[in-house]
Design a binder for this molecule. Structure first.
Ligand SMILES: [Zn+2]
Length: 182
């Protein structure tokens, strides 16, 4: 797990993320988390893209197995459960608000983008809207920062400590692709 300033990354990292995503990875500023094998699990993107577009989603889950596991989780009623938890538990809500502030602090290290000031990711600070974004934040920041991301990772069938990486380049050349994220 890494937060800004990110460690240097290599062209091979970018190639791997691109193969994972099935599209060219652009505006990458760091690899925020990795599998035990070293493959990226979370890619960090600049808060303003090269074409000028503001981009709030600093931490993006790029690992296909992780993405699939979180998608399976989202397909259950777990987001309703987490929204209920936020509504009912003052401690969780406070921690989630701190996670929001922590996320914004990280992103601000990479430059101020007024259009997205105060806007973080995944529904923070008051709702749970995307477990992929929240899990990505937890993987980047480490346990104890994002309570909902932590819960999602605990329940997911994928773990960053158990490598299930495929040969992404073979997959890509076989013409396989997955839906591109927004
Ligand atoms: Zn791996």
């Amino acid at each position: 797990m890494t937060r800004p300033p990110f460690d240097p990354f290599t062209p091979a990292d970018i190639d791997l993320v691109s193969a994972q995503l099935g599209r060219p990875a652009r505006n990458v500023v760091g690899i925020a988390a990795r599998c035990v094998c070293g493959a990226p699990t979370v890619v960090a993107t600049a808060p303003r893209l090269a074409d000028g577009t503001p981009f709030p989603t600093l931490y993006y889950l790029c690992h296909p197995a992780a993405t699939a596991a979180i998608s399976s989780l989202e397909a259950t009623q777990v987001m309703n459960e987490y929204n209920d938890l936020l509504a009912a538990d003052d401690n969780v809500r406070s921690a989630y608000e701190r996670a929001h502030a922590s996320f914004l602090f990280d992103r601000d290290q990479l430059g101020s983008v007024p259009e997205i000031a105060g806007i973080s990711s995944g529904g923070m600070p008051s709702r749970v809207k995307c477990l992929h974004a929240l899990a990505a934040h937890s993987l980047a920041a480490g346990p104890g920062v994002n309570p909902i991301g932590d819960l999602a990772l605990e329940r997911a069938t994928w773990s960053p400590t158990v490598c299930v990486c495929l040969d992404y380049f073979a997959e890509a050349s076989a013409g396989e692709s997955r839906s591109a994220p927004a």
